[in-house]
Write a protein that binds this ligand. Structure first.
Ligand SMILES: [Zn+2]
Length: 467
């Protein structure tokens, strides 16, 4: 009896201990695991939701460890896209063909520039390989050497840099971008990239600086490669600009606007060769390709045509793997595969933030309102394809949406239809003007209503904007 009672008591005690163990150890442990899971989930979610610039910095670092200048990588990507060749194959083929050097040049050493802003001009010239006389000629025309000049389009400083270009370089168009040293550096970077696009042609480079690089390349596609063949289709302002700056340039004693374009030329020639032999492969090549390499036979024969040597093709195949592992779009840019790869958008318009994302008037305001005078240009903040351009009279007025790839879209509202310069299906480049600020639709004053969509859902655009 007693022992039975005792046994019952012991059993009861055991039950209590089990319960207490569960209460004091089991549940808190479970709780801790859940909290940890939630934390991991949040960290991953945030990292994917908000673009990070560290990724880009990392791949830039990898690029330089591989001995490839990030600028050069961009050239590979541009030309590869043009010829429909994977960029890593073109890069590997170029490096293996013996014509490549490790840097795009630029790097004119010991530049000595006399006169106003000589030190600043010398620094920019040596960094981007642009003839200092050309920088002087552009300053002469753009601002007459007055650093405080602001144009009606919002261009600022000695070299009249557009706000979106300031922002792409991390500068504020209202302050830092107007400082002579930074303004000259940014303006020189821009003219250098335009000149490289046109293989160093002075007139085409200047036409791009004044009239926009996309206008120039668009006209070239239609009317021919030379400046002379497109000149009459350019705005009068641009035509006059080219005449004036080439005049100043000659007066300053300039002859060669930029260094390092031979490299671009050699990449382009190689891409042309690969593309040609891809289209008309050598006899028997397609059959041999299958046993020689894992590359797509067309592409393999394209490469084979460069040196008629399978060893070269194999070398390109293997070193392209290393290139494939890295990609280095600049912050806020979209790479050539149209995948959003991190970074931040420059402001699409130069204006003042008047209304944020969030609840407003009883519902959610799905974007930012950026106030600016009617007619202020709106620029695509990244490459993309226009997928909507239509009227919404009771709401956005005329509005436009850009698909940037990788699930990213941006939306622009309240424009007047006659200011919209793009149509559905158009490919737009970062910095390309797409429309002007209006007051169309349900709007209480001239502004741009701007939304960022991620996988179809409007998100707060602010984290995606450059400060
Ligand atoms: Zn709005």
């Amino acid at each position: 009896m007693v022992s039975n009672l005792a046994r019952n008591a012991i059993d009861q005690l055991k039950e209590t201990i089990k319960l207490k163990l569960l209460l004091y150890v089991g549940f808190p442990l479970l709780g801790a695991v859940l909290v940890l899971l939630l934390f991991i989930f949040l960290v991953i979610g945030l990292n994917q939701g908000i673009p990070s610039i560290t990724e880009t910095a990392k791949s830039k670092q990898e690029a330089s460890q591989l001995g490839i200048d990030p600028e050069l990588m961009k050239i590979y990507q541009e030309i590869a896209e043009k010829y429909g060749i994977p960029w890593e194959i073109l890069a590997a083929a170029h490096q293996a063909s013996g014509v490549a050097v490790s840097s795009t040049g630029g790097g004119t050493t010991n530049v000595n520039v006399s006169g106003q802003y000589g030190t600043e001009i010398a620094a920019a010239s040596s960094k981007y390989g642009v003839d200092p006389n050309l920088i002087k000629a552009i300053i002469q025309q753009e601002s007459g050497w007055k650093p405080t000049v602001v144009s009606s389009a919002g261009a600022v400083g000695l070299m009249q840099v557009m706000p979106f270009n300031c922002q792409s370089s991390g500068l504020d168009p209202r302050t830092t971008c107007r400082e002579p040293a930074k303004n000259i550096m940014t303006g020189t970077k821009i003219i250098s990239s335009y000149l490289k696009r046109v293989n160093g042609d002075l007139k085409l480079g200047l036409a791009s600086y004044n009239g926009g690089p996309n206008r120039v390349s668009g006209l070239q596609k239609k009317y021919g490669q030379s400046y002379e063949s497109i000149a009459s289709y350019l705005p009068k302002e641009t035509q006059n600009y080219v005449v004036k700056v080439t005049g100043y340039y000659a007066k300053y004693g300039g002859t060669t606007p930029i260094q390092g374009v031979d490299q671009r030329k050699s990449i382009e020639e190689l891409a042309q060769k690969i593309s040609d032999s891809k289209k008309t492969p050598a006899a028997g090549c397609l059959d041999q390709a299958k046993s020689q390499t894992k590359l797509n036979p067309d592409l393999a024969c394209g490469l084979y045509g460069v040196k008629n040597d399978w060893a070269y093709v194999k070398q390109v195949e293997s070193s392209s793997q290393t290139f494939k592992a890295i990609s280095s779009p600049a912050p806020g840019e979209i790479n050539s595969n149209m995948k959003y790869s991190g970074g931040r958008f420059p402001w699409p318009v130069n204006g003042r933030l008047t209304s944020k994302f969030g609840p407003r008037w009883g519902r959610n305001h799905n974007g930012l309102d950026i106030a600016a005078p009617i007619g202020t240009p709106i620029y695509a903040p990244a490459d993309g394809v226009i997928n909507i351009s239509k009227a919404n009279p009771g709401g956005f007025g005329w509005y436009v949406k850009i698909d940037h790839g990788g699930g990213f879209e941006t939306l622009y509202g309240h424009m007047y239809p006659n200011t919209v310069t793009v149509k559905v299906g158009d490919r737009v480049k970062k910095g390309q003007k797409i429309a002007e600020v209006g007051n169309n639709g349900h709007s209480t004053g001239p502004h741009l209503h701007w939304e960022v969509h991620v996988h179809g859902k409007p998100v707060n655009p602010e984290p995606y904007l450059m400060k």
